[in-house]
Design a protein. Structure first.
Ligand code: SAH
Ligand code: DHB
Ligand code: MG
Length: 222
């Protein structure tokens, strides 16, 4: 099985279960046009995030790492009346493209985009946010995942989900001697999860047209 097969099957799943989506196509086209890297979640993963958010009836979502807002829009589509998605993006160009995409999608009122480094913004959120987030999607730089997880625990409640993207990294996650800051970030995160009594977590490997990677699903339990 190779990437060619993963891609064909991903396309098949997208055709059968996600379907054509002119708005999301336009969002990806505008992002590519603006020179953003092609690293958004896949359609199948985006829909998975939306379904998870729906399943827990999420009303408040926090995302770290907006890029052009593709995953943000999937999450925002899961919000019922009064639901809000806050998303944090360090790169001002990415943030500008994302904001235009939210307006294009008619979701600017639902999405609160904060421009800045997540580690600068998270302490402010902790100070200002009265209500816990129901779901956190961590998809920014990977070396800071351990700190993002610590903040996510502070900003959630029992029953909340914390989803962390890109935790398998072509299998590099099992290399204990890796010097790659992203791999080290993920490995430290796994050590934290192993020791943390207040959560239940698992990771699933994924293949598809984006290659071989995976995500961690964490349920806050206490
Ligand atoms: N969630 C997006 C993809 C995000 S790609 C999607 O699936 O559609 C990762 C993003 O994180 C990039 O846009 C990058 O600029 C941003 N990023 C990197 N370091 C960051 C930081 N310290 N704080 C906030 N965002 C950061
Ligand atoms: C990268 C970041 C992501 O969030 C992702 O899903 C894939 C790749 C990256 O920084 O290369
Ligand atoms: Mg990602």
């Amino acid at each position: 099985m190779t990437r060619k097969t993963w891609t064909a099957v991903d396309n098949y799943v997208s055709d059968m279960l996600v379907g054509a989506d002119a708005m999301l196509d336009a969002v990806l086209a505008a992002s590519a046009e603006a020179g953003l890297p092609d690293i958004a979640v896949s359609p199948a993963q985006g829909k998975f995030l939306m379904l998870l958010a729906r399943a827990i009836n999420a009303r408040s979502v926090l995302e770290l790492g907006t890029l052009g807002g593709y995953s943000t829009i999937w999450l925002a589509r899961a919000m019922g009346k009064g639901g809000r998605v806050m998303t944090v993006e360090a790169d001002p160009h990415h943030a500008k493209v994302a904001q235009a995409n939210f307006e294009r999608a008619g979701l600017a009122a639902v999405i609160d985009l904060r421009s800045g480094k997540a580690l600068d913004i998270l302490p402010k959120l902790a100070a200002e946010e009265q209500q816990a987030f129901d779901l956190v999607f961590v998809d920014a730089d990977k070396q800071n995942i351990p700190d993002y997880f610590t903040w996510s625990l502070k900003l959630t409640r029992p029953g909340s989900l914390i989803i962390v993207d890109n935790v398998i990294r072509d299998g590099a996650v099992i290399d204990a001697r890796s010097r790659d800051p992203s791999v080290r970030g993920v490995r430290r995160f796994n050590e934290m999860l192993k020791a943390e009594k207040r959560v239940g977590a698992t990771s699933l490997q994924t293949v598809g047209f984006k290659g071989y990677d995976g995500f961690t699903l964490t349920l806050v339990t206490g």
